[in-house]
Design a protein around this ligand. Structure first.
Ligand code: PMP
Length: 424
């Protein structure tokens, strides 16, 4: 792309959308994205309604780990749903979908399927409360666990408390908010209030705010502390599951949670989520003691998508390729930053890394992330959209199995073109 792309049709859609859809979007997360309307996606690329082409690093906010419109997954889903979608009873594919997912995870005994990460987080908290008879839970600054009242907090800035009008401060009264990557803060809280705390929930790698890995030994120490105080450890692997390793962060960092939530990369872009965990924590769903429901849970489409995706991920694991691509791209971005003498910093893991402007010192939690110039990056991401790169405003770059050599070359060229045009 040279010059500012023409987006006449996107603009017309935006004007129409603003009349009938609040903000023109169906998810508030997308309010800050450039107002582009897309017509199609294939592999690692997207085309908007004006036929401008983009290399995609948003990947639907994570789900398209196999790239857009993966033929094997789409064929499996469309074939399966010609024979019906929902039966108000079980379908034959559900069992296989659950078995394959458990095989990928390795550590979990049972799994329930859902539609969104948000609701699986709620089921996890409910199961933990049911098992412990305790009411409160611990979550961490900058971690996102969905948009519902009891978990929604700011994932940027030093703002604390509720993050939405209509959300009451009493909704957060049953939780403790701690800084992440600080085992002693958790130890101190548990030593005082451990016997009232049902669960500790965290993104085991802090992706939503900053591509931050756990410090060496941190997850192990959290595991020990939870065991010591009888607290259920929940990993929210909605982003990391099937992405940073087949078995997610639990596999990559070698720490086993009691419960974990999944979504996004689990089903090749189809809307499927899951709650997996230890048998004793999951069985109460099956006896009906703990409620978890949903009309669309385990639909034929969902189950077919999980089966096809898991078969692909397990028969031909793309993790080494994704790792090589992301590692090289991170290095190339760092090189460009050096050449153009801009304080662009790159941090995280190859499959989900974070790009920002600011001090090159590593960030380890939300407080150090807040020292970065995130607004400057958002402006840069918007400008890169004009050069044919589709990027999240918050700085996370997701890599898929469909990104190849051509995408790498094109990406580096496009970033360089933007940098050469004017310093950000
Ligand atoms: N947990 C994490 C870690 C997430 O990143 C997200 C979504 N970005 C959610 C939960 C909520 O998932 P969903 O949007 O599918 O409800």
């Amino acid at each position: 792309m040279t010059g500012t792309p023409v987006r006449t049709h996107s603009e017309a859609f935006r004007q129409r959308a603003l009349i009938s859809v609040p903000g023109g979007v169906n998810s508030n997360v997308r309010l800050s994205a450039p107002p582009v309307f897309f017509a199609r996606g294939a592999g690692a690329r997207l085309w908007d309604v004006d036929d401008n082409e983009y290399i995609d690093y948003v990947l639907g906010q994570g789900p398209h780990f196999l790239g857009h419109a993966n033929a094997a997954v789409n064929e499996a889903v469309s074939d399966a749903c010609t024979r019906g979608m929902l039966f108000g009873g079980q379908n034959a594919l559900e069992v296989q979908a659950c078995e394959l997912t458990l095989a990928a995870l390795g550590w979990a005994d049972m799994i329930r399927l859902g539609m969104t990460g948000t609701e699986c987080v709620q089921a996890a908290l409910r199961a933990a409360r049911a098992a412990t008879g305790r009411s409160t839970f611990v979550h961490f600054e900058g971690h996102y666990h969905g948009w519902l009242d009891n978990v929604l907090v700011h994932t940027s800035g030093q703002q604390s408390g509720v993050a939405s009008a209509g959300q009451l401060s009493s909704h957060l009264a049953d939780s403790h908010m701690l800084p992440w990557n600080d085992a002693e803060a958790l130890a101190a809280l548990l030593s005082v209030s451990g016997d009232t705390i049902a669960a500790v929930i965290m993104e085991p790698m802090m992706v939503n705010a900053g591509g931050i890995e756990p410090l060496p030994g941190y997850l192990q120490r959290v595991r020990e502390l939870c065991d010591q105080h009888g607290v259920v450890l929940i990993f929210d692997e909605v982003i990391t599951g099937f992405r940073i390793a087949l078995g997610g962060a639990a596999e990559k960092y070698g720490v086993t949670p009691d419960l974990a939530t999944y979504g996004k990369a689990m089903a090749g872009g189809w809307p499927v989520a899951g709650l997996a965990g230890r048998r004793d924590l999951m069985e109460p769903f099956g006896t009906g003691v703990v409620n978890h429901s949903g009309t669309f849970n385990g639909s034929v489409m969902a189950a077919a998508a999980v089966v096809a995706t898991q078969q692909l991920l397990q028969s031909d694991p793309p993790y080494e390729r994704v790792d090589a691509y992301g590692t090289e791209l991170m290095a190339q971005l760092a090189k460009l930053a050096e050449r153009y003498e801009i304080p662009l910093r790159v941090q995280g893991v190859a499959a989900a890394f974070h790009v920002s402007f600011g001090d090159p010192a590593p960030v380890r939690d939300l407080r150090s992330l807040d020292r970065l110039d995130l607004d400057r990056y958002a402006g840069f991401a918007t400008r890169l959209a004009d050069h044919g790169l589709w990027l999240a405003q918050r700085g996370i770059w997701y890599v898929s199995a469909a990104h190849g050599e051509q995408e790498l070359t094109d990406t580096v060229e496009r970033v360089e073109a933007a940098l050469a045009e004017q310093l950000p």
